[in-house]
Design a protein around this ligand. Structure first.
Ligand code: BV8
Ligand code: ZN
Length: 242
């Protein structure tokens, strides 16, 4: 079993995807082979999809709010929170997951670059707010201030990520330089700009690891090290030994 060798200079950047939440019972996107109720996920999780059929999109996110509120963080989430506690500001977690499980496991140095399932925002006023409500039928929620539609606080396909998030990630990579260890965990690496982080890590001389139960060829080829396994099982010994 490989062990992540960390000295007191190493800076660890972690990117997680849906695979980290799989053992908690949250379905992955590839598991749905990109489909939901016969729609392409990209079609439902997009501003065009929301404009065309807000009820369908609210049903998609309401089902996921229902699902995510019934599950618990798994040992993979806890191992990442424990590694953060050990490394402090030499650690940063970038997650593509919107399910809130990293925060519930105690992760704090974390950027939820694709948004938060349990937050909503007005299309116009844009200030996100905590929202665990589900909306399976009309009337759909509208803003008390301006009357415009309320939407999930999610980065949809075709939408920009928060520039502040990206700036913070690239600054961490640049400051780490060759001391960087980049771990991608439970992600198929299909979605940009997240899937470009491995290249940014190599560009500064960092070492890269992919940890995945069934890695996708193309993405795995871009990493120095490959650990095949379930994150809940392999992360604790990888970080902390047997
Ligand atoms: C943007 C929120 C630009 C939604 C998400 C062509 C080429 C390149 C790029 C594009 C292109 N066409 C379009 C684009 C851009 C697009 C994109 O990359 N599309 C892809 C599909 C090609 N990207 C965007 O639109 C991004 N924005 O580019 O803006 C722009 C520029 C200027 C002006 C305006 C705009 C926005 C991307 C964010 C989209 N939102 N999420 C929601 O969650 O509802 S993405 C969504 O899908 C997830 O967040 C996640 O990121 C992605 C799914 O990926 P994974 O997390 O990797 O999940 P997946 O199921 O695929 O893989 C799971 C892995 O886990 C597997 O490998 C499996 O083996 C493994 N696994 C399973 N179990 C376990 C496990 N591993 C370990 N342990 C286990 N137990
Ligand atoms: Zn408003």
């Amino acid at each position: 079993m490989k062990r992540l060798q960390l000295d007191d200079q190493t800076r660890v950047l972690v990117l997680t995807g849906a695979g980290v939440s799989a053992e908690s019972g949250v379905p992955t996107f590839r598991g749905m082979n990109g489909l939901w109720e016969g729609h392409q996920v990209e079609e439902v999780a997009s501003p065009e999809g929301f404009a065309a059929d807000p009820e369908l999109v609210w049903r998609f996110y309401s089902l996921r709010r229902d699902g995510a509120s019934k599950v618990q963080p798994n040992p993979g989430h806890h191992a990442l929170a424990r590694l953060e506690a050990a490394l402090g500001e030499r650690f940063l977690l970038v997650t593509q997951n919107v399910d809130g499980l990293h925060a519930r496991a105690g992760s704090r140095r974390m950027l939820a670059i694709h948004g938060e399932l349990f937050q909503s925002r007005c299309e116009q006023c844009a200030q996100p707010f905590a929202d665990a409500h589900t909306y399976f039928a009309r009337p759909l929620p509208t803003c008390a201030t301006c009357g415009r539609a309320i939407r999930p606080h999610i980065v949809w396909f075709g939408e920009m990520l928060d520039p502040a998030h990206l700036e913070q990630v690239y600054r961490f990579i640049d400051e780490a330089g060759p001391k960087l260890v980049f771990l991608a965990i439970g992600t198929s690496g299909q979605v940009y700009p997240a899937s470009g982080l491995v290249d940014a890590a190599h560009a500064v001389g960092g070492k890269t690891w992919l940890i995945d139960a069934a890695p996708s060829e193309g993405y795995a080829a871009r990493f120095d090290e490959l650990v095949i396994g379930k994150s809940g099982e392999v992360l604790p010994p990888l970080f902390f030994g047997p």
